[in-house]
Design a protein around this ligand. Sequence first.
Ligand SMILES: Cc1cc2nc3c(=O)[nH]c(=O)nc-3n(C[C@H](O)[C@H](O)[C@H](O)COP(=O)(O)OP(=O)(O)OC[C@H]3O[C@@H](n4cnc5c(N)ncnc54)[C@H](O)[C@@H]3O)c2cc1C
Length: 408
Amino acid sequence: MQRVSVRCCIAGGGPAGVMAGVLLARAGVDVLVLEKHADFFRDFRGDTIHPSTLELTHELGCLDDLLKLPHQKARHLDFQFGATTGTVADFSGMKLHAPYIAFMPQWDLLDFLARRGGRYPTFSLKMSAEVTDIVEEAGRIVGVTATTPRGPLEVRADLTIAADGRHSLLREKAGLAVEERGAPMDVLWFSLPSKPGDPGETMGRFDAGRVLIAINRGDYWQMGYVIPKGGLDELRRQGLAEFHAAIVRLAPYLVGRVDALDDWEKVKLLTVQVNRLKCWYRPGLLCIGDAAHAMSPVGGVGINLAVQDAVATSNMLAAPLLARQISEADLVRVQKRREFPTRVTQGFQVLVQNRVLTPLLGGQQMATPLAVKLLRRFPILRRLAARFLGIGVRPEHIRLAPRWPEKG
Ligand SMILES: Cc1cc2nc3c(=O)[nH]c(=O)nc-3n(C[C@H](O)[C@H](O)[C@H](O)COP(=O)(O)OP(=O)(O)OC[C@H]3O[C@@H](n4cnc5c(N)ncnc54)[C@H](O)[C@@H]3O)c2cc1C
């Protein structure tokens, strides 16, 4: 058994874990991030980098470098509701360094942030290190055990951060209770080739029985097809031809190209969950990101909330970690700060699910909702929607001065 001791051990190298690791290490805290996979290059898990996260990379001094990586920009999000088209959110007028959503593979973002962390001597990231349990002493969580290619590992830490996603092992081992908010749908993600002359923008198409999200990724479309919860088996029973026809009914320009979807293996199921922990911590342990709250895909804000949690965590905990005086009261403060934006965002998502998605997926022919009509009419509402989706409630900023000289 290898044994190491650090101030902060982070389980999970997703957006929450890597960002928290980078920021704490930048502030001088000795951090070890454990990620069970060998690399970041995995299944599609959402590619949306919202303006709030882009602004944080500006605060870190690396926005320009990030934007050198291949990405597409969406300056507004459009919709088609029955025959009515319009814009839901217009980011273009926001007074930000990057007033748009950048679509970039999540592995590129994670790889970029991890390389940034590599500049700081207090940052360590261990890949292929799967956390298997918490280590508890006298009611306090004092670290974790993990498997690594070099054998078992025990990490002792003043604080363990559970950033191990929506199926968090750590929160389960710590006995933290999850409150389900419910989700009536699942999402099927797949890609289709694009062609010159396609409609250029990222768009949601809503019609009785069907909802399709089309994200323009340059030479391909990233598509999200929303189905009633647990409906994949029924869809598979109906066959791929029927699925192709349903897509083309919503997006006729894809006729002839849906055939590229010739195997259900090419379709990735997102089992939608909306939930949050009642209590995000135990002495010595704090949950953040999806481990604390799984978000609905409505608004595509999961990554950004995870990043915001990471920023708040580092802002509030770096000093007590450096002083080796981390207390339960510090963890309470983090939950208090981040629970409010989580509740408001989930409340909005559940409202959209109940008022729009559930009736539509039930096959109901809906009149264009009043909110959609108002968005079409008043540009200020499109700007407010952009603020809510792009920046969110109670946005975080990096408050910590770097402990290490920032090299170019
Ligand atoms: C198919 C799909 C599509 C999505 N689309 C979008 C989107 O368009 N926009 C958006 O904002 N969000 C999207 N999401 C949600 C988004 O991916 C999450 O909200 C976000 O990644 C949460 O970040 P996180 O760091 O909290 O957790 P995760 O990204 O889940 O990261 C957790 C990490 O922990 C690792 N891990 C898990 N268990 C262990 C363990 N025992 N030991 C060590 N490591 C472990 C995992 O390998 C993973 O790397 C999507 C999710 C899915 C599945």
